[in-house]
Design a protein around this ligand. Structure first.
Ligand code: E4P
Length: 229
């Protein structure tokens, strides 16, 4: 499974690229808001100038399909490596599949986002232009937040994507390092991880005994400030 970095803090993105572990980037409006982005296009241009060459997804920001189409064309024209994120529906729940079909036919690389079901996966795959490159982002973490195990869905969706050949399956809303191993087991092509998850990568491979000792030492460092007598 390939690791992408999920975020909108440019210094984090540069660091992630330099690490060599990260093979692409995803952003979304909430991450941009959190990072304090106020000018979408100049942010996107700065990111593209600083993290050249790797796939990067930017999301459309309107809610009506005609405006989304215009934004998608503009965003796509920013670079060869740009994937345009289209939410699977608008905020009224109306399907974006006709728009996806139109944009894909125009040769725009898409990242269909906010996906949660196999039915959506089938519909999107059927709408994509044969031979095109796209990403299907299923929000495994948000599904897990509702008490549902995302793994059966991710396994089935990965199978469908690989049979179809026009979409890479991305495990979105990664919550912890262990999700990378789950995504790998499910046959996902990509998992996108936020900076706090990426910061934990050096822990991979630490023995449980060592981790236990580190935990005791961490608590011990903090206990000194508590003034117990
Ligand atoms: C990635 O492309 C998604 O936008 C992101 O992983 C969503 O993460 P969240 O569900 O934690 O907001």
């Amino acid at each position: 499974v390939q690791i992408y970095a999920d975020g909108a803090v440019i210094s984090d993105m540069v660091k992630a690229k330099e690490s060599g572990v990260v093979k692409g980037f995803t952003t979304n409006p909430s991450l941009m808001k959190k990072a304090g982005v106020t000018d979408y296009l100049s942010f996107a241009k700065e990111v593209l100038a600083k993290v050249t060459g790797l796939p990067i997804s930017f999301e459309v920001f309107s809610d009506d399909f005609d405006t989304m189409a215009k934004e998608a064309r503009k965003i796509s024209a920013l670079g060869e490596n740009v994937f345009v994120k289209i939410p699977i529906t608008n905020t009224k729940g109306e399907s974006s599949v006709p728009l996806i079909k139109k944009l894909s036919a125009e040769g725009i690389k898409l990242n269909v986002t906010a996906m949660f079901t196999l039915e959506q996966t089938k519909d999107v795959l059927a709408a994509l232009k044969p031979g095109s490159q796209n990403i299907l982002s299923i929000f495994a973490g948000r599904l897990a937040d509702t008490g549902i195990d995302p793994m059966p869905l991710m396994k089935e969706a990965a199978k469908l994507c690989h049979e179809n050949g026009n979409g890479w399956l991305l495990w979105a809303s990664c919550r912890e390092v262990f999700n990378i191993f789950q995504a790998e087991e499910c046959g996902c092509d990509i998992i996108t991880c936020t900076a706090p998850v990426i910061a934990k990568f050096p822990l991979i491979g630490t023995s449980p005994k060592e981790r236990s000792l580190q935990t005791v030492q961490d608590f011990n460092k903090d206990v000194k400030a508590l003034g117990f007598s």
